[in-house]
Write a protein that binds this ligand. Structure first.
Ligand code: TRP
Length: 347
């Protein structure tokens, strides 16, 4: 790309660490919204597979990251992200992002990094003790590069990413002030607007669906697996006999019905809730109904995923092309950054 990267569209950027297949929590919490954002011609959507960020805590397992990169790309395409509308790309294929990180690191203190609550929690969960990898510790700075390199104005992410957006905004202000420029753009986070979608609980009723808790439904699960998982879902432990009155609160089957039911299902769901609370409605019947509703949503996604999985060469081509387009944008921003800093010595 020559000259300034100029567009009247709003730049939207988001991404995922490729550490496994995407699940229903990702689907309701972010993927559906991305497809929605992509459909609005006011937006230009960039979706990044953050393999470098994934490597910050998986340095010894690059094979897992490589495999997950394809899984995540298949999940993206299966839910309807369209490479003609959205640029799908791979972080590590854009070395300019790391260069940008070098310059930003000088604007952030170690004390500031220590205050990031999400990183703090992750460090505890991973049990690093005193041996936190440096790359992991500074990933919020690298994430600021991901965002600012595209001059993204909107960053749709989960609530746990708020500290990264805040850090990015600070870096932008600091950079623009230090070098008396307006090259960098302060982004805004777009967060899930309802709690139910923002945090889909797991099959076992745990507050979060997550790969490590082994309580998730994956977009790639086949019909059989889905059935087994739905039949194993946590309901009301005190609802022993069919005729017993049951609880719908904290009952995952009803929770999922609320999340995945469409307007035309509401009457039926309401009737089932009343019947269940009153007694006389068995768990298996409600689970069968949920299975129907989930299959309606997931069957087209599954089919599309299988189709794309037949031709991984095509996935490579899509990611390669997207990465090339993304790189042109990043190279332009990096050049502006170096000019603002007065270090573009030879051009
Ligand atoms: N940290 C994000 C996550 O764990 C992934 C990510 C990396 C990201 N770079 C980004 C998200 C830039 C939004 C914008 O899910």
């Amino acid at each position: 790309m020559k000259g300034n990267y100029m567009t009247t569209k709003e730049i939207v950027l988001t991404g995922d660490r490729p550490t496994g297949k995407l699940h229903l929590g990702h689907y309701v919490g972010s993927l559906k919204n991305r497809v929605h954002l992509q459909a609005n011609s006011q937006n230009k959507l960039f979706v990044m597979i953050a393999d470098q960020q994934a490597l910050t805590d998986h340095a010894k397992d690059p094979e897992k990251i490589r495999k997950s990169l394809y899984d995540v790309a298949l999940d993206y395409l299966a839910v309807g992200l369209d490479p003609k509308l959205a640029t799908l790309f791979v972080q590590s294929q854009i070395p300019e992002l790391a260069e940008l990180t070098m310059y930003y690191m000088n604007l952030v203190s170690i004390a500031r990094l220590h205050r990031n609550p999400t990183v703090k929690t992750e460090i505890e969960q991973k049990g690093y003790g005193g041996s936190v990898p440096t790359g992991f510790f500074v990933y919020p700075i690298s994430q600021a590069s991901d965002i600012t390199a595209f001059k993204a104005m909107k960053v749709p992410v989960g609530n746990d990413q708020k500290p990264m957006i805040e850090q990015t905004r600070e870096i932008v202000r600091s950079f623009n002030y230090t070098y008396q420029t307006n090259v960098l753009v302060e982004p805004k986070g777009l967060y899930p607007d309802n709690e139910a979608a923002g945090r889909l609980p797991g099959l076992d009723g745990n507050t979060k669906m997550s790969k490590s808790l082994n309580n998730g439904i994956f977009l790639a699960d086949d019909a059989n697996t889905l059935q087994k998982k739905v039949m194993s879902m946590y309901t009301d432990p005190n609802h022993v006999r069919v005729e017993d009155p049951g609880q719908i609160e904290e009952n995952m089957v009803f929770h999922y019905l609320d999340v995945f039911g469409r307007a035309e299902d509401f009457k039926q769901i309401q009737a089932m809730k009343e019947h269940y609370q009153h007694g006389g409605l068995g768990d298996v019947k409600v689970k069968r109904y949920l299975l129907e509703i989930l299959n309606r949503e997931l069957e087209p996604i599954r089919k599309k995923r299988e189709m794309y999985a037949q031709d991984l060469g095509e996935i490579t081509r899509i990611l390669k092309k997207g990465s090339k387009q993304a790189q042109a944008v990043v190279a332009q921003t990096l050049s502006e950054v170096k000019t603002a800093m007065g270090i573009n010595y030879f051009s």
